[in-house]
Design a protein around this ligand. Structure first.
Ligand code: SF4
Length: 462
């Protein structure tokens, strides 16, 4: 039995790319929310569908959890630290809606929190959710779980007399050290350990040191934290690392922050705290190329950083400027060199298909990849998410589908310079180039053939 049942809709085996990568992480945000409720004396359980063998099995297991716990409130609380939840994938939405249906059939009110629910309040309430928790989740959830009158809960949207009522927004918290550590004990950690060990021979867990990002890349959706950025104290983060090291013995850590180590001073303090507490676990993280200065990279190395993923996006300055990336192409090269000097793997996120990009800009990106020789790349096509400047710039071209079904989709959702098949072929060729493997020449031939066929189609059309 539990008063509140928290869950989320990320199911690894429903997502081709997640199955291929097999790097599953426990739902950090869901576990932090659970810890907040529990610390306030509310009996809380978590249902984690991530590693259920099939979507059907996940639904069945969720129904069993409902019957076992008989909660008075169910919350589908997505993991905001998992980039997949930011992609608003339709498979996840379907699972969330099924969960709402299952709770509704038992007469249990069900609420939702996450990027997709924030973007689609009306669809979620029509699917059976009685309320949506907008913005940062913990305080809103706590008031809802305590049974406060709905019209007094800031940050809540809820169904009322057949329409949706929006309460005033709730400001984000500025002191993240007030939050408890995630409720790791409510998740089957050993399942995750087994998945990692059998796929990779090591085990990785996730942490977060901050929330939000102060930069303004114009395609980046920020439905939860807006333009806010707040960071935990360096010593609190190092202490959590030590706690994980002692309790669960992960071989690696993934810092799920949008931007880890934003401040050089924070990074130096963190390195010192990790050393003093003997908390060191090799970690990987995300940042921006322009933040990977010599000084910051040296401190990161001292703290145990092994791999940095950076949003390089494009080798064309014109495209970076169009994206409001606030970064120079030269900084991609400098970041790569700084990381190489300290023996840290440098990995780049690339984005193709942004409006204004044609073959010369794509060539500039290919050239940048060849010159910087990243240790790995992640490739995507520009993905218009509601609430972004980029979304509005292409809104009139968006076809019926406005979300990918899963994270391997790579479909162009607006009219780009080339069709989706071209970008999929380009992705494959670049992956082969960076990761190695057979068929590189054939992959590039395919890219050029698709490029030429698009050019001849255009010539016919004009
Ligand atoms: S730096 Fe990253 S998280 Fe921040 S706005 Fe740009 S893409 Fe988004």
């Amino acid at each position: 039995m539990a008063e509140v049942l928290l869950t989320h809709s990320n199911h690894v085996y429903s997502d081709r790319k997640q199955v291929e990568k097999m790097q599953p992480y426990p739902p950090l945000q869901t576990m932090i929310a659970a810890a907040v409720l529990r610390d306030s004396g509310i009996d809380t359980a978590c249902f984690d569908p991530a590693l259920e063998p099939t979507a059907g099995a996940a639904t069945q297991a969720f129904e069993a959890a409902l019957d076992r716990h008989r909660p008075r409130l169910v919350v589908v609380c997505e993991d905001n630290f998992n980039f997949l939840s930011k992609m608003c994938l339709t498979r996840n939405r379907e699972m969330a809606f099924q969960m709402a249906g299952a709770a509704q059939r038992r007469g249990t009110p069900v609420a939702a929190h996450g990027s997709d629910a924030s973007d689609r309040v009306k669809e979620y309430t029509a699917a059976g959710f009685s309320s949506i928790l907008l913005g940062e989740v913990e305080s809103t959830l706590l008031e809802l779980a305590r049974g406060n009158a709905l019209d007094t809960v800031r940050g809540l949207a809820y169904r009322k007399s057949g329409s949706v009522h929006y309460n005033p927004p709730r400001p984000v918290r500025t002191d993240l050290d007030e939050l408890p550590l995630p409720a790791w004990d409510l998740i089957a950690i050993e399942q995750y350990r087994r998945a990692w060990l059998s796929a990779h021979g090591y085990f990785s867990l996730n942490m977060a040191s901050s929330r939000g990002c102060p930069f303004r890349c114009n395609w980046c959706a920020k439905p939860i934290y807006g333009q806010n950025y707040h960071c935990r104290s360096a010593w609190a983060v190092a202490a959590e690392m030590l706690q994980l090291k002692t309790a669960y013995r992960p071989d690696r850590i993934w810092f799920a922050d949008d931007i880890f180590a934003l401040s050089p001073k924070w990074t130096r303090d963190f390195a010192r705290a990790v050393e003093t507490l003997e908390a060191r676990i090799p970690f990987k993280m995300q940042s921006r190329c322009d933040l990977m200065t010599r000084e910051t990279v040296a401190a990161l190395r001292q703290a145990g950083c092994a791999e940095v993923w950076m949003g390089a996006e494009s080798g064309s300055q014109r495209i970076l400027d169009a994206m409001d990336k606030g970064m120079r192409v030269e900084q991609i090269h400098t970041a790569r060199e700084n990381l190489r000097r300290h023996g840290i793997r440098a990995c780049l996120f690339l984005q193709f298909g942004y409006p204004g990009e044609s073959w010369p800009e794509i060539e500039a990106t290919i050239r940048m990849v060849r010159e910087t020789e990243p240790d790995d790349i992640g490739v995507s096509v520009s993905y218009p998410l509601p609430g972004t400047k980029f979304y509005w710039s292409v809104a009139t071209q968006i076809a019926t589908a406005s979300n990918w079904s899963d994270s391997a989709d790579l479909a162009m959702l607006f009219r780009g310079a080339y069709p989706s098949e071209f970008y999929r072929a380009l992705t494959e060729a670049l992956h082969l180039e960076v990761r190695g493997g057979l068929g590189l020449s054939a992959a590039w031939e395919q890219v050029h053939a698709l490029k030429e066929s698009c050019a001849s189609l255009e010539a016919v059309a004009s």
